[in-house]
Design a protein around this ligand. Structure first.
Ligand code: FE
Length: 202
């Protein structure tokens, strides 16, 4: 996949390693001072690594593709429709779902920090938090998308959504051609994390 190298680059980013070291130092200090219980911290991390993740979002997308009424609800009240599917919690309280069409391709960023819809996508990928992505996707979205392997045709508008603490976005990709009659499970298998951020088509 074209974005794999992108991820890899950031894995070796000395700034990111510095951040990881600072986080670990903070964590050790807080544990030493008795401010946090390491078991609680481990449970929280495990929850976000195993219980939530892009599969949740993929199930939301698959349902929207196969159920027009649900799709209408999802687009008009993302928070309620997603909560109805059981995906609730921190960083997912106020959701807006934006639909890709032949006229518009949506892509999500948090220019200020790394706001991201955890209940439906899990933890954000490293590149999403990088200064380069946050700055460039606003200025030159088509160029950034091309680096992810996404070519947006001239006639298709690119809409960039800037997440905040108040509102998180999920992109509803266009349903793949030839997927008529597929079960929701099969439909969900088409959907990638990047597709729901907008840095992939599906
Ligand atoms: Fe943020």
């Amino acid at each position: 996949m074209p974005h794999d190298n992108h991820d890899q680059d950031h894995d070796h980013d000395p700034l990111e390693q510095g951040a990881a070291l600072r986080v670990r130092a903070l964590e050790e200090l807080m544990v030493a001072k008795g401010l946090v219980d390491p078991a609680t911290m481990d449970a929280i991390v495990e929850y976000y690594e195993t219980e939530t993740g892009p599969r949740n979002g993929a199930m939301v997308v698959a349902r929207a593709w196969s159920d027009p009424e649900f799709k209408e609800w999802l687009l008009s009240d993302g928070s309620a429709a997603i909560a109805f599917m059981g995906f609730t919690g921190f960083q997912g309280e106020h959701m807006r779902v934006v639909e890709n069409t032949d006229a518009v391709h949506n892509v999500v960023v948090c220019t200020l920090c790394s706001c991201y819809p955890w209940p439906v996508l899990g933890l954000p990928p490293t590149w999403y938090k990088s200064l380069a992505y946050r700055a460039r996707v606003v200025r030159e979205p088509r160029a950034v998308l091309a680096e992810f392997g996404v070519t947006v045709p001239e006639g298709q508008r690119v809409q960039v959504w800037d997440s905040t603490a108040e509102i998180r976005y999920l992109v509803l990709p266009q349903r793949p051609e030839g997927s008529e009659g597929e079960t929701p499970e099969a439909l969900a298998a088409h959907v990638t994390r990047n597709g729901m951020i907008g840095t992939a088509l599906i």
